[in-house]
Write a protein that binds this ligand. Structure first.
Ligand SMILES: [Zn+2]
Length: 158
């Protein structure tokens, strides 16, 4: 099992410094931690960060890999139940932070870009303040979003 931590990796630092993560932390699984993402126009958007510093899914030990995928599947089920998306987008990219993590974006039918990946809009948002405000969900109550996800999760886990 890969247990490496990389001191230059922002996700490794995030996992290890609990104080720093408190405001966005939704829950902690055995193999990942779940943070509420910045772009809450996609209500319920979460990032599951693997506790192990690996670049690729295939680098995880098989049992850990299966357990990690199960955590993502459970989180997806919870987000679908709470936010009733038209479709959930589940993405492992890692181009910017090469530490295994998974984005879960609930996509609404009201999103004018619902047929496209979110990154098209997020690219726009990084260049334009008004679009950035729209996608971060200026009205989002992040505390309440976290609570709704946690409540549904605890209903489904013994
Ligand atoms: Zn890392």
């Amino acid at each position: 099992v890969e247990q490496l931590h990389d001191t230059d990796c922002s996700f490794c630092r995030r996992i290890r410094s609990r104080a720093d993560q408190s405001s966005d932390l939704v829950c902690e699984f055995p193999h990942s931690i779940v943070l509420l993402g910045a772009w809450q126009y996609y209500e319920g958007y979460c990032i599951a960060i693997c506790r192990h510093h690996v670049r690729e899914l295939f680098e995880l030990d098989k049992l850990v890999r299966h357990a990690f995928i199960d955590e993502i599947a459970l989180l997806g089920e919870v987000l679908a139940s709470v936010f009733k998306p038209r479709k959930l987008n589940v993405e492992m990219l890692g181009n910017q932070v090469p530490h295994l993590h998974c984005h879960l974006f609930p996509r609404s039918a009201h999103d004018p870009d619902h047929l496209k990946p979110v990154w098209v809009a997020i690219d726009r948002a990084e260049a334009a303040e008004e679009e950035r405000r729209r996608l971060t969900g200026a009205k989002a109550d992040r505390g309440s979003l976290r609570e709704r996800i946690r409540a549904e999760l605890s209903r489904r886990t013994p």
